[in-house]
Design a protein around this ligand. Structure first.
Ligand code: F6P
Length: 550
């Protein structure tokens, strides 16, 4: 059915859907199946249960599922109208119901000639106008045409922003380090902890530094505080207020806020309310990244996003990579009751990827009511976490192999390295493949005995196996590959959110903390009575006694 805003909304409780009930019955039949057994019964499983599209190879064979499981998951997706929801998103319908907004990050990478209407207006020409402006500005900075107030070339760019105005650009900058212009130092300031700004600017020359202040709303206290302190830092050294115009640009949807702050709106790069913060780094929010890697590389990245978008929109659910990844997420969260999912990139360059995905998955799908505001009676987003593989192997993987919890793992690797130390790459990838194998098949008491293990040690050494994992393999980490990978995860989150029947595009849960912090802030420097609970009151009193008054 359709809501008053024309949005398709779920009308039946998820747990009452026939496909859900069938899936859960099926779970009780297959929950005891062992991956060893499944692979022994079907020698072709590793080839059959893998998909390739848009340059991404997805091996889902080491998951605790059968062909029937996949069929039932797809049937569930159909009953939840996933196909219609995908179309609704691409058509610009207001599927973000609690904010009455369209969800159109896919328009950010649409080709120039595509038409995507929001309230009757084609948004694609605007997207390209801003991209062209960004490209022009990035080139001027990179070539030295855009100079600082004293005439010096810009050598440092500091991105100020938080959440979606930080995590995407940081992640992509780290991921694309080998493509970065070595003449430009890019730093990121997000935390309102003064140490962030102090450390980021400690060794920078103000006359050579450009601040890119990113805030969709231009209301975010952390960002505005950091931007104000950055401006003071600049003016302390350069003196002249007019210097701000050459050293500050803004990325925002709020022109008035930007003007009030003192940044000329001629130096503002806009985006739109139909781009969610956590889906925005391929918008103007990626400006600092574009300065670092250049407009051409940035556009290659957009091409990669678009390839995955097209695959997601046009491929039947059974062979659709983001859909499969999302449905496997639902399978573990709701059938197995897995609390977490670990994302383990075997690439140093993707070290910020889990942090980026945390916001994408947990801010999108960490919801407790359906689109119609009904409480859910099932789990929604898992706790997503992770860090680059190999390092993790020497730390927390022990729990994966022999702990008591089920942690579905997602391995991400590349066939070709970026480092000139190419001989390291085989070792890196051997480890990734080995971990997935070890998790799935383990090592039995018999195998240990045959290998000569002393009997008393065997219980300690046995690895039961049957620990599920999915492997995502790409050719090489390029801007295009990164775009494909990020879009894969964006659409995976969309798929899960659609099954759970929730609004993946709002984030009301973050409001309360902000309101309370606003209330507490003036109390920290005052003496008056406190009206919080006894714990908060006591913490504030202690802080008041010991705080620095400098
Ligand atoms: O507090 C959460 C949040 O609203 C995120 O959703 C967003 O990415 C971040 O804050 C930053 O918001 P803004 O870009 O408006 O400063």
């Amino acid at each position: 059915m359709r809501s008053e805003h024309g949005t398709v909304v779920t009308e039946q409780r998820l747990t009452e859907r026939s496909s859900w009930k069938q899936l859960m019955r099926h779970f009780h039949e297959v929950r005891g199946l062992e991956l060893r057994q499944l692979f022994a019964q079907d020698p072709d499983r590793g080839r059959r249960m893998a998909l390739e599209a848009a340059g991404v190879y997805l091996d889902y064979s080491k998951n605790r599922l059968t062909d029937e499981t996949v069929q039932l998951l797809v049937a569930l997706a159909r009953e939840c109208r996933l196909e219609e929801r995908i179309e609704a998103m691409f058509r610009g319908e207001k599927i973000n119901v609690s904010e009455r907004r369209a969800v159109l990050h896919v328009a950010l990478r649409a080709p120039r000639d595509q038409v995507i209407l929001v309230d009757g207006e084609n948004v694609v020409p605007e997207v390209h106008r801003v991209l062209d402006r960004m490209g022009d500005f990035a080139l001027r900075v990179r070539t030295g045409e855009w100079r600082g107030h004293t005439g010096l070339r810009i050598r440092n760019v500091v991105n100020i922003g938080i959440g979606g105005s930080d995590l995407g650009p940081v992640m992509a900058y780290e991921a694309l380090t080998p493509y970065v212009d070595p003449g430009i130092t890019l730093r990121f300031v997000s935390n309102v902890d003064g140490a962030d700004l102090t450390e980021a600017t400690r060794d920078l020359e103000p006359a050579e530094t450009l601040f890119v202040v990113c805030s969709k709303s231009w209301h975010t206290q952390e960002t505005l505080t950091n931007a104000t302190s950055a401006r003071e830092w600049l003016l302390r050294r350069l003196g002249d207020r007019s210097a701000v115009a050459r050293h500050f640009v803004a990325v925002s949807t709020n022109a008035e806020g930007v003007r009030e702050f003192g940044i000329d709106t001629a130096n503002m790069f806009e985006f739109w309310d139909w781009v969610g913060g956590r889906y925005s780094y391929d918008s103007a929010i990626g400006l600092s990244l574009m300065i670092a890697i250049g407009p051409e590389r940035f556009r290659e990245m957009l091409d990669g996003f678009r390839e995955m978008d097209e695959h997601f929109r046009s491929t039947p659910l059974e062979r659709n990579l983001p859909v499969l990844l999302g449905l496997i997420g639902v399978w573990y969260a709701n059938a197995f009751g897995a609390e977490t999912v670990a994302v383990l990139p075997y690439s140093r360059y993707l070290r910020q990827f889990p942090a980026y995905l945390q916001q994408l998955e947990m801010e999108s799908n960490g919801k407790h009511v359906t689109l119609r505001g009904q409480p859910v009676d099932y789990q929604t987003a898992p706790i997503l976490w992770g860090q680059p593989g190999v390092n993790g192997q020497h730390s927390f993987y022990q729990l994966f192999h022999q702990g008591t919890r089920l942690v579905p793992c997602e391995f991400i690797g590349f066939c070709r390295p970026l480092s000139p130390l190419t001989h390291h790459h085989d070792l890196l990838m051997a480890n990734m493949f080995a971990q997935a194998e070890a998790l799935a098949f383990g090592r039995s008491a018999e195998e240990l005995r045959a290998a000569g293990s002393p009997e008393w040690q065997i219980p300690h050494r046995v690895c039961e196996g049957n620990r599920p994992s999915t492997t995502v393999l790409l050719d090489k980490l390029t801007p295009r590959a990164l775009g494909r990978l990020v879009a894969l995860y964006e659409h995976r989150v969309f798929t899960e959110g659609t099954i759970w029947g929730i609004d993946s595009f709002d984030q009301w849960g973050v409001e309360l903390g902000k309101i309370l912090a606003d209330r507490i802030l003036p109390e920290l420097g005052a003496d008056g009575a406190l009206g919080h609970d006894s714990s908060t009151n006591e913490l504030i009193r202690r802080y008041r006694r010991l705080r620095s008054t400098a």
